[in-house]
Design a binder for this molecule. Structure first.
Ligand code: NAG
Ligand code: NAG
Ligand code: NAG
Ligand code: NAG
Length: 224
């Protein structure tokens, strides 16, 4: 009987692992460390507070290098124009790509991607959302600003030890998955052999386990 419980416990854990993702807007902070010669996504998310009101938005990006005092306008994006944004600064010529929401008036993600990062890209970036909420009879403007302090680090030269530990990590993960699969097949065979009576019994037990774990999501029931 304990195998049945173990299997059901595994299934419960797997169900709990399904990400609770409903496409809701979440304002996560951007990364701040770019690797030279690579690409880097500067995140800028501004969630619309009134979901039901139609809106249009423009996103502008500004840049201030470490030795500069003023921000320079480097990029503009208009939600109502069905094309990529416009690069306004020669230092970023052909090196900026829109990574935000596409094909929607109602943009909430204004992220920008820098290609071929150089050390000259070190500095402060400012992203400005200028949103117009349309209430029919009148329009309401809101602005939101995010600031990203970008550091550029040299290309990583990886040590043998770090490559080895990464390989070991994959071996462990795959090994554990395989073990889980083998165990599930084994348990399944046991259950089939146990017959219908045992199945009914275990279903009742599963419901008991499930309702217990609902009360305490983190609580793991250990089979005796
Ligand atoms: C970026 O780097 C790639 C590969 O090194 C190169 O082919 C491309 O021309 C570079 N683009 C710019 C805009 O510098
Ligand atoms: C961001 O833009 C770059 C360059 O165009 C592209 O390679 C990358 O896939 C984009 N990422 C997302 C999440 O849109
Ligand atoms: C970085 O800036 C310096 C000084 O303005 C310039 O000489 C150099 O060419 C720039 N490097 C790159 C990769 O743009
Ligand atoms: C929002 O930003 C734009 C562009 O900088 C500016 O013209 C406008 O006055 C700002 N609106 C508010 C409400 O701050």
């Amino acid at each position: 009987m304990s195998e049945v419980r173990l299997l059901l416990l595994h299934l419960t854990i797997m169900v709990l692992q399904v990400p609770l993702c409903h496409g809701a807007c979440v304002e996560v902070d951007s990364d701040t460390e770019a690797v030279a010669k690579g690409g880097f996504k500067m995140g800028c998310i501004s969630c619309k507070k009134r979901g039901e009101v139609p809106a249009t938005a423009t996103v502008d990006w500004f840049f201030k290098a470490v030795d500069e005092k003023e921000y320079t306008h480097i990029y503009s994006y208009y939600s109502y124009e069905d094309k990529d944004g416009e690069i306004m600064d020669d230092r970023f010529y052909e090196r900026l790509a829109w990574n935000g929401s596409k094909r929607t008036d109602d943009l909430q993600d204004g992220s920008l991607y820098i290609l071929n990062v150089t050390f000259n890209d070190t500095g402060t970036y400012r992203c400005l959302f200028n949103r117009i909420l349309n209430f029919g009879t009148y329009e309401h403007h809101t602005n939101a600003t995010k600031v990203i302090k970008l550091r550029v680090v040299p290309e990583r030269t990886r040590s043998v030890a770090s490559i080895f530990s990464e390989v070991m990590m994959y071996v462990t993960v795959i090994g554990l998955q395989f073990w889980l699969l083998v165990e599930m097949i084994y348990c399944y065979k046991k259950i089939s052999a146990a017959g219908e009576e045992a199945l009914k019994e275990s279903a009742a037990e599963y419901l008991a386990i499930a309702s217990e774990s609902k009360d305490n999501c983190a609580g793991v029931q250990v089979a005796e």
